[in-house]
Every structure is written in C-alpha cells, then in structure tokens.
Write a protein that binds this ligand. Sequence first.
Ligand SMILES: Nc1ncnc2c1ncn2[C@@H]1O[C@H](COP(=O)(O)OP(=O)(O)O)[C@@H](O)[C@H]1O
Ligand SMILES: [Mg+2]
Length: 389
Amino acid sequence: MANIYLRPQLAADMARQLLQPGVLDTGLRSGLFLSGLRRTGKTTFLLNDLIPALEQSGALVIYVDLWSDTQTSPATLVHAAIKKTLAELASPGSTLLDKFKRFGAVDLGAFGFKFGFKLDALGSEGGPTLAQALREVVDQARTDVVLIIDEVQQAITSEEGNQLLLALKSARDAINPRPDTPGHFLFIGTGSHRALVSELTARRNQAFAGATSIEYPVLGEDYVSHLLDRLKQEGLGPLPSLAVAVQAFRTLGNRPEEMLKALRQLLFALPAGLVADAHLPTIANTLRSTAADIELLKVEQLGPLASAIFEKIALSNGDARGLFSAEAATDYSVAIGHDVKVEEVQPLVNELLAANLVMRRGHGLYGITDPFVQEIWRERHSLQQKLRD
Ligand SMILES: Nc1ncnc2c1ncn2[C@@H]1O[C@H](COP(=O)(O)OP(=O)(O)O)[C@@H](O)[C@H]1O
Ligand SMILES: [Mg+2]
C-alpha cells in the first residue's frame, strides 16, 4: 500500500459534496456516476481515498465490484455485499461495528443492529425488498448509507441487472424524501465505459435518469512529481524533467502501471549517451498499446473464428447485431478462409463474454468491453488496411 499516491483532498471534497450537499450539489442525492478508462486508478481511489473519507464523516459504506466475477449476476453480487454488511452490523463486536462506532456520532450500544427481517431472505422471492432493508439500516444507523458499485455498467447488460438498478432507485425514493429521515441512501457507480455510464443517467427510461455523471479525475502532474521525487530519493537517474514525464504519462493514458513500466525501461535500459528527456517520449509511444495487447492476445488465443467475431463487434459502434445470422457466418467464413456453421458461433461468443472481452448490451446486441482496447484494435486495423491497399 505504501506505493499508492493518496488524494485525500479530492476525496474529502467529494465526500462533503455527497454527504452535505450545497444548493448546487443536491443532484448528487439522485446518484453519482464516475467514468474513466480502465486501469487509470478508479478502484484504487475508491478503496484508498473515497471510502475512508466517507467513513470518517460517519457514513456507512457498502462496496461491490461487478467485475470481481463477471460470471455471477450483478444482482447476486450486490445482494451478497449488502447481506455481508448487514450481517456484520448485526454481530456485536464485529470490526465494522467497531469502526462505525468510532466514527459515528451515535452510540449504538453493544448489541449491534436488529433487523425486522431474515437477512438470508434478502434478494429472494418473498424476502424483504432492498428498499425495506436499506431503510431499516438508515433508520437504525441514523446516518447516511452509501452503496458503491464499481463497474456499474455491467448491470445494464442483463434484464436482472436492470431490475436491480430499479430496485436501488426505489430504495432511494423510499428513504430520501422523508422529511424526518435520519440519513440518506446514496448511490455511487463507476465505470470504465463512458458511453454506457452516461447512458445510465441520460436516458429517461434508465433507473438513474437525472443523476450526476462526471469524469473520474485522472492522476496528473502532482502524481508524476511525487513519483520522480521518490525515484530521486532512491538515488535513481538520470531522471526526465517533470514536463517531459507528465507528457509521457498523458501519452500512456494516465495509467500508473504503464508509467512505472516506462520509467523502468528508461532507467534500466537507457542506451549510453541518450538523454532521458529525449528517450522517454519514444518509450511511452511504444508502451501506449501494451495494456490493450494483453486483451487482444486473449482474443487471438481463442482462435481465428473468435477473432473474426471480435472484428465484427469492434467495427461497430458498440451495437453489433446479428452475430449469429447466416449472413454473419458467411462473413466469418470469408475472413478465416473456411466454412463456418452458424452453431459454431455461440460457444465462441460465450468465451469472449466469459473473458470480459465483449459485453452484451441488450437483446442480441454486443459491444467491446474496454473502449481503449477497441481504439487500439481500430488503429491497427486501419493501418493494416492501408498497407493492403
Ligand atoms: N493513486 C495511485 N497511486 C499509485 N498507483 C496507482 C494509483 N491508482 C492506481 N494505481 C495503480 O494502477 C493500476 C490500476 O488501478 P485500478 O484502480 O485498478 O484502475 P481502474 O479501477 O480504473 O481500472 C493498479 O495497479 C494500481 O495499483
Ligand atoms: Mg476498477
């Protein structure tokens, strides 16, 4: 954890806007969505900065990452996370209860929470609704409850997930408008797919229409400067100037891991006589695509038909249809040079889904999961086309 660059000020500001909204921030009560590309530090920021800041202000935070297991349905993952938190609240002496008492304004006594429903029944037919369960938590805790769903766009890929979002909206509407509510239910979602995340708040038929959607504030100059300072302290060099390093970090899509890789190459493989400032931009340009390479290699390993299917999806704008049609099968056959039967397609689409390379966006509708991977794939594709022509 020592290597994480913390952003306490940003986190404190966000926590304050969420928990004590001013006139201009009240939209946040409807939900806050943060979007930003993969591997730019969203999860790290949530876990190391935002959650501690919210907890320090006395809020009860429930966190769930929908990419922690893309084979399990979003609804199941969210129910499990809520149940786990509620179970801890109900057990006297649990770590969560202790932490909560330390930060919380109210004394909860030694016995923990008592819920008027069976915890295990949450999420099952005939069990309590999320609105009932969360309302009891807010009323007993007498504080704000913040549910954070990481990679929330995963939820709109299935009917069950959409139902879940509607249930969360009902919970919000059952708790927050009460004039004497002792706390609010707040919802934060993050996602690596900007188009999908903003769809969540922009479309009127979506559960969170009207909620606030902002771009995740990527790491910037202060992070890079911190990194260079640490390298200097370790006696490493020659180091690039801050300006050149910041530019390289931008080239690398503001991804800390890629920046570390670039600096490692610079420091340990810099050819004699080359100047750090002259060389770092070249390294950054070469490394830019490596994050995508890992994903694209997975596609390749699934074989030529998977690659042809991936191509069809990647060439669309997130709305590839008809993957299983006879016409598509003909296209795949042309692409890979031998006959493809329609029934061969489904298993490979399933594998692409299981590897989280592509995502289902609705009935019969598919898109590439990571927009950056799609961008790199398209760059290469158009280069190949140019070479061919
Ligand atoms: N503030 C930070 N300081 C140092 N490293 C970071 C920071 N934020 C992210 N990283 C590193 O970048 C990588 C990707 O971060 P992650 O939070 O998983 O991104 P995301 O959730 O946006 O995909 C991780 O290896 C993480 O350790
Ligand atoms: Mg993440």
